[in-house]
Design a protein around this ligand. Sequence first.
Ligand SMILES: C[S@@+](CC[C@H](N)C(=O)[O-])C[C@H]1O[C@@H](n2cnc3c(N)ncnc32)[C@H](O)[C@@H]1O
Length: 342
Amino acid sequence: MAKTTNINNRRYLGNKYRLLPFIKNIVEQECENVHTVVDIFSGTGAVASAFQDRQLITNDIMYSNYICNYAWFSPEPYDKKKLESMIDTYNSMQISEENYMTRNFADTYFSREDCARIGFIREDIEQNHTRKKINFRERALLITSLLYAMDKIAKTCGHYDAYRQGVTYDLHLQLHLPLASETNHAGNQCFHMDSNELAKEITADLVYIDPPYNSRQYCDAYHLLENVARWEQPEVFGVARKMDRTHLKSRYCTKEASAAFEDLINSLRCRYILLSYNNMATKGNDRSNAKISDEDIFRILNNKGEVKVFSEDYKAFSAGKSDIPDNQERLFLCICGNEEQP
Ligand SMILES: C[S@@+](CC[C@H](N)C(=O)[O-])C[C@H]1O[C@@H](n2cnc3c(N)ncnc32)[C@H](O)[C@@H]1O
């Protein structure tokens, strides 16, 4: 019988799962009549999951995150028994075929045997969807199950920037069924767009903004999960076996971050904006330095409405630099002026 898994059962840089009580508390204390919540840089969807009693819009530039968000939050019905049975079958199969995964990733992040299984399962999910044996939510739930299972056994050096050489592949791929709600709000929507494009198209009561803070591109750290989620089977390059990621690069990781942020805030039509941004601007190493200065954050948000800042001591964002003192996770709440409201 397939085991189950929860939304927070994966590693993700900047995941806010541990901050949910802090975030929820501020929304409850400071915001009124919040019926629609947008998580516009949703990543794992952890923050959206704290507002599952409201209408949700999730968005992330990465397809792999969109698929996981769709699995967790879409209102589309799914057949749990069918998925349990498919996952049990995948877990019990012996697979040794040659496929895209064995050809490109054997004995890197995963053993050859696990690559064979990942490639076989991913292709089988696609075939079942094409033949209409599973709907789009069921496809998303199975891909999510596969991505979470891969993440549990990957021999990475932190993320997928490099794999650990000469290791024993002691763990083997085991899929679990995502415990996704079957009663999500009928109006929920999931997107994978550039945040600034989506901002022009939506209105909401509250928009939660959690962009990348530094030069570290998420498509570099998670290229392999993105590759398997998309399943376009592209050529991969270099020791880390990365695909071309040009179209997934984020402006928020570059010197254009402030301009992108200003454009985003100006486009939003909502009553409240809640921004997560930590105070790493001048601490840590160059790669972990925040791209948007506090001065810019205040200038841009003050133009939009009344701003309040809340902070809580929180483990540093940068892997390997978690001992930096004074690092705080901060939330900026902007109560938007009347003219901005939907
Ligand atoms: C700090 S993480 C969000 C973490 C998330 N709150 C969580 O708890 O898992 C930032 C996310 O923004 C996404 N991203 C970066 N640039 C983007 C853009 N221009 N539009 C949409 N998403 C973007 C990244 O793929 C990444 O998942």
